[in-house]
Design a binder for this molecule. Sequence first.
Ligand SMILES: Nc1ncnc2c1ncn2[C@@H]1O[C@H](COP(=O)(O)OP(=O)(O)OP(=O)(O)O)[C@@H](O)[C@H]1O
Ligand SMILES: [Mg+2]
Length: 377
Amino acid sequence: MRISSLQVYGYRSIKSIDLKLDALNVIAGANGTGKSNLYRALYILWAAASGQLAPALAQEGGMTSVLWAGRRSKLDDAVFRIQVKMDDLTYKLECGCAPASARGFMSYPGWFSNDPDIKKEEVTTDFRARKIHLLKRKRGVISARNMDGRPIEYPLTGSDCESVLSCLREPHLFPDLSVLRREILGWRFYHHFRTDLGSPLRREQIPTFTPVLSHDGYDLASALASIMAAEGEVNLKKHLNNAFPGAVLKIDMEPRTVAFTLQMPGLKRPFNARELSDGTLQYLCLLAALLTERPPNLLVLNEPETSMHPDLYAPLAELLVEASKRCQIVITTHAEALAARIEKMTGKRTIQLEKTDGATSVVGAGLFDFYEDDEED
Ligand SMILES: Nc1ncnc2c1ncn2[C@@H]1O[C@H](COP(=O)(O)OP(=O)(O)OP(=O)(O)O)[C@@H](O)[C@H]1O
Ligand SMILES: [Mg+2]
C-alpha cells in the first residue's frame, strides 16, 4: 500500500503540516527547517506498530521534548498527532503526557512520567463517503471491528504507551488491523550509514545472505554479495558505473569471511573497504539499500547525499527514480541540485520546507489546521 497523505501536528518543529505523497517524494530545506523531524514522524508510526514507541520518543528526549514548543492557543491540546492514509485505510496516533493524577505506578508515583500517553488511536476506512472506524481508542476505551465487521470492546494487553497495533495478539480476528500493522512494519528507514574509520562496514564480515541492508550499513559486503547472487548484478554494475565510470566491484567470499574491493581505472590495485572514501562507501550503501531484491513498501532516506560530491547527484537521482518504480520513496535532502534533478526527471515538485515563527511549513502552502473531528460511524 502506498501512503497518499501524511499529516503531522504538534511534533517537534511541526506545528501542523499536510503532505500529499507520490511514488518518489523529495523533501528539501535549509538546516533546521524540519526535514529530519518529518523523517522521524514516519519512524514514530513504525515504532508504534512495532512496540517501540516509548524508546523511540525517549531517544529524542521523551514526551516533554517532542511536543511542539511554540505558542499554542488555550484550546489546543498538548498532544502530537501523526496520521497516514494508505489506500482506503487511515491510521492516526495521538500522544500526550499522562495527567499528573495518573502518572507513575501505585507503588512508585511519578515514575516513567516522560513516556507517551496514547490519547487516541484510530484506524478508519472510507465507505460510501462515510468514515467507518475499524479501531477507536480514546482515553483507555478501545473498540475494534472484528472479522464479522462488528465493533467489539478490545482488551488491551499492553499499557497506555503501547499501540493497539503492536499488541495485536489474534490477527485473524481483526484482519484489517493486521493488514495495516504488516504494511507499517514493512517500512524501511535509513538515517545514517557509518563510514567512519572504525565502522564495521570497513572490516571483513561473516558472510550471510542479506537481502535487506542493516539500518547503519554494517553488513554492506553481505548485502552487495546478496544482490549479485540474486541476479541483480547487471543492475548493480550499471548504477556503479554511472557513479564511478570504469570501476569494478569484486566480492571476496570465503566460507567464513566476505569483503569487497573496488578497482578504479588508472590504479594498479583494487582498494578494500578500509581504503575507500566516506562518499564512495555512502554511495555503495545506497546501492545496496535501493537495489535490494526485497523492496519494502516504503523506503525513507534521511539526507542520503551526506559526504557526496555534487557530481554524484545525477547518478543518485537516476538510482532513486528507478528504485521508486518498485517501492514508494521519501527522501529528505539539503542538496537543492539533487532535488532539482529529481524534479526534472519525475515532473513532481519538491516539497520545500521553511520555518516561520519556529514552525515548519511547506513553502507556498501556509499552515494547515489539523483539527480533531470526532465524526461517528
Ligand atoms: N519540541 C520542539 N518544538 C519546536 N521545535 C523543535 C522541537 N524540537 C526540535 N525542534 C526544532 O526542530 C529543528 C530541527 O529540525 P530537523 O532536525 O528536522 O531539521 P533539518 O531540516 O533536518 O536540519 P538539518 O538540515 O540540519 O539536518 C531545530 O531547529 C529544533 O530547534
Ligand atoms: Mg536533518
